[in-house]
Design a protein around this ligand. Sequence first.
Ligand code: FAD
Length: 381
Amino acid sequence: MQNVAVVGAGLVGSLQAILLAKRGFKVDVYERRPDLRKAEILAGRSINLALSDRGWKALDKAGISDEIRKIAIPMFGRKMHAVDGTLTYQPYGKENQAIFSVSRGGLNQKLMNLADDYPEIGYYFNMRCEDIDFDSNTIRFTDTEKDQIVEKSYDAVFATDGAFSAVRNRMMKYPMFDYSQSYLSHGYKELVIPPNEDGSHKIDKNCLHIWPRGEFMMIALANLDGSFTVTLFFPMEGELSFASIDTPEKVKDFFEKTFPDSIPLMPTLLEDYFSNPTSTLVTVRCNPWNHGTQAVLMGDAAHAVVPFYGQGMNAGFEDCTVFDELLEQYGDDWNTIFSEYSRLRVPDGNAIADLALNNYIEMRDSTADPDFLLRKKIERK
Ligand code: FAD
């Protein structure tokens, strides 16, 4: 195997391309969107993510963690905002242990720039994967700029094309491929806390801020430019939901009653609430994650999870670690590498999906409950 393709130049695809290039493969990376380093980030899509040990381990393996540290803000604990404005702090670990806030777009750009240092890696943008023929391992793309079909064959294909993977769609047509997808009844909307005039952060940048409110919650993670990306996780439908809070008066009233200390922090709340999209959250599980030695699924293509355990990207990066370790262990025995990858990773993917669903209850509800904190303390002893 020499010539391989990575389909999807997101976080996982770009990291996987670097790890493969380090092992001497020639890697063509295809992305359906334009080059994100030249395009403007869509409003309301400024997601920032918590990067943790699982992710750092993969970045270490690729030899790029020092570069990523430059764009990461440590968060040493979570700070809970009660309705009456009381703040409670829970450290994430011992002294100096932290998870890190990184901008998804910023991290993606950085990974692409680092990948550019490898002559083995070529990026092809505006190339939407439509399908794959596993008999000849030929991928069919639409070149969306030229509006034409392009076909390319590879020794192996790494599908990192996200939760709605086109490569996985083809795998689903084969017998014995299990697949399930389920949407959460809650969706999310991004809001913003802009920086102070001098560019500093309005609240503590080294914490993950949470406004836990039982049936729903809001969180905020710091950005390098002094702002915070705020995410409201809220029911899609129902009495108190995105569907029902649908006028400026209702939004104002709801925030005043529910998140009063956030109002002075968010001067563009109403504008952001109505102009930013409401997005859905989906869990995807499947098995196996390989199709022979032709293709493997990685990242959200294999395991889209809800974001409450902060592990979607981290688990995707761990897919890259595990694949690299298997390459190290089994050399060119691709049968073993691909099947072992699937055997080892599917249970972990399912576990992360379960933990993420469970943690939603903890974050939105139990972080605010004093009895719960006491119980946790006793459990830890
Ligand atoms: P993606 O980032 O989805 O990238 C897929 C890429 O493939 C994209 O560039 C896409 O354009 C491209 N593509 C798609 N289809 C095609 C096609 N047909 N042809 C060619 N290219 C294609 N994770 C964490 O670890 N920590 C967090 O704190 C965290 N917080 C989150 C908060 C929110 C609100 C959300 C929604 C997610 C969060 N996640 C978090 C999850 C994380 O964003 C994802 O797990 C991660 O982005 C997955 O990376 P990926 O490369 O697998 O997929």
